[in-house]
Design a protein. Structure first.
Length: 72
């Protein structure tokens, strides 16, 4: 079994948070990325969810390098 928290290679390019999820989804897609109150999300699921959010932001008019705030 490979390490689900493998470090990103020092020569890789990470420009966004989504790149981190995408990288780990490529290495270990079924490894658990997040676990909260008994619910687990794999790196594959995290990558897919972040892509859906990114596409919704683009559809809403957010441009590349645009700033987005999260109020939770």
């Amino acid at each position: 079994m490979t390490n689900p928290i493998a470090p990103i290679h020092k020569f890789s390019t990470v420009g966004t948070l989504a790149d981190i999820a995408r990288y780990h989804a490529g290495l270990n897609p079924d490894a658990v990325a997040l676990s909260f109150e008994g619910r687990e999300t794999t790196y594959r699921g995290l990558d897919a969810a972040s892509s859906r959010v990114a596409n919704a932001l683009i559809a809403g008019g957010v441009k590349a390098s645009g700033r987005v705030a999260i109020l939770d």
